[in-house]
Ligand binder design. Structure first.
Ligand SMILES: N[C@@H](CCC[C@H](N)C(=O)O)C(=O)O
Length: 283
């Protein structure tokens, strides 16, 4: 039996497995079984909690002097992802509950580098680090660099951003309601990015305020995506032409996140994190 904890951040839900000394080899099939919502525990992703110095990947192990704990993140289909914004908050909540970190600020290692966590009144704020437009020249010229076709929908232009993991953000044109999108299948992307992408659909709600739905790579539609919320806010800010450091509110089906652009092309994500259950699972 393997001990697990279930948690969520704005209803993006995760199974955490503590493997502090790095002795567990989690296979894609095991991840799929745990994440299965009918025959398993059910989750959008599985997070292995491991000491960074025991990570198998050399690039991650090199982060050990900066961050004691590595968030080994897997999507529900068993694929590895570089980063998970909501996952970092839930990971932080787990580390604190278990007494594995102390203080109101600490660092965690991810496949996309070290992220700094700050404890806040509502939960956690994570410095997601550097972000970039994938095709800056194309984006500045046309405002988009990829076409996205949702199921039963017409192709719409989107902007590709790299938040450590890949995103394509669509600002919905007039006449297409966010609520009516069919995200039961992955939207088609043209050109298709190598390695796929998470796709965010955005509606402007007012200055500094957007609503978003997301289709996540390796999962399907989820009720929230932290790196997706950051990508959506940064894309909307880019299209607005006012690239200041004011915070953005991002409403997702599972709640509300705050995204704050930081100096030096960095971005912070803030929101809640809840640990809701503990149990044992036959892996
Ligand atoms: N839900 C996450 C992102 C998880 C990884 C993503 N599906 C990918 O494959 O890149 C978030 O909160 O950022």
């Amino acid at each position: 039996m393997t001990r697990f904890t279930k948690g969520h951040g704005t209803e993006n839900d995760f199974i955490l497995v503590a493997d502090l000394e790095g002795s567990l080899e989690l296979t894609p099939a095991q991840v799929q079984r745990m994440a299965d919502r009918h025959a398993g525990i059910g989750a959008d992703g599985v997070i292995r909690v491991v000491r960074t110095r025991f990570a198998t990947d050399d690039t991650v192990r090199a982060l050990a002097p900066e961050a004691e704990w590595f968030m080994d993140y897997r999507n529900a289909d068993g694929s590895l992802a570089e980063m998970c914004g909501n996952g970092t908050r839930v990971f932080a909540a787990f580390l604190r509950r278990e007494g594995l970190v102390f203080g109101s600020s600490f660092s965690i290692a991810t496949r996309a580098g070290v992220k700094t966590v700050r404890v806040t009144e509502e939960g956690y704020a994570i410095d997601l680090g550097p972000w970039r437009l994938v095709d800056e020249e194309g984006a500045r010229r046309d405002g988009f660099d990829v076409m996205v076709k949702p199921r039963h929908g017409k192709p719409v232009p989107a902007l590709s951003l790299d938040l450590g993991n890949p995103h394509a953000v669509v600002m919905l044109p007039e006449g297409i309601a966010l609520e009516n999108l069919d995200l039961t299948e992955a939207p088609e992307l043209h050109p298709e990015p190598t390695g796929g992408a998470n796709v965010e659909f955005v509606r402007a709600e007012g200055p500094g305020h957007i609503a978003m739905r997301v289709h996540e790579r390796g999962v399907g539609e989820t009720r929230s995506c932290g790196t997706g919320a950051a990508a959506a806010a940064l894309a909307t800010r880019f299209w607005s032409g006012v690239e200041d450091l004011s915070p953005w509110i991002v409403d997702v089906p599972g709640g509300r996140l705050t995204v704050t652009p930081l100096a030096g092309q960095r971005v912070e994500l803030a929101g809640p994190a809840e640990l809701v259950a503990d149990g044992d699972f036959p892996l």
